[in-house]
Design a protein around this ligand. Sequence first.
Ligand SMILES: N=c1c2ncn([C@@H]3O[C@H](COP(=O)(O)OP(=O)(O)OP(=O)(O)O)[C@@H](O)[C@H]3O)c2ncn1[C@@H]1O[C@H](COP(=O)(O)O)[C@@H](O)[C@H]1O
Length: 96
Amino acid sequence: MPSEAVLDELFATIESRKEELPEGSYTASLFTHEKGENAVLEKIGEETTEAILAAKDDDREELTYESADLVYHLLVLFAMKDLDVDDLREELRDRF
Ligand SMILES: N=c1c2ncn([C@@H]3O[C@H](COP(=O)(O)OP(=O)(O)OP(=O)(O)O)[C@@H](O)[C@H]3O)c2ncn1[C@@H]1O[C@H](COP(=O)(O)O)[C@@H](O)[C@H]1O
């Protein structure tokens, strides 16, 4: 898969996990969590903190890793709220 397509492919996978809720899927578990949407909100908070700490430590590899965790959880939140990755793209484009 070309890396330009990864956000779209990831978001499509998240949407399909939301529809199909396959067993053993971490993504599906976020949609059915007993804490409701708080589960993903807490993860976004944790991953943000981890990214900040990696930046403070000047650990570029760790910052990249934690940022990927953060973006993934943010996309799960978008799917939960019936937003699309295109909404994010359009918002960023409109700021140009
Ligand atoms: N991109 C991701 C992705 N990023 C992070 N994570 C999960 O998010 C969780 C992050 O939690 P933490 O950082 O707290 O790490 P932890 O392993 O729980 O443990 P600690 O840090 O507390 O020690 C881990 O369980 C990761 O596996 C992800 N899980 C899934 N995806 C994508 O989603 C697709 C669907 O996967 P399923 O969720 O398995 O259906 C996959 O193909 C991936 O492309």
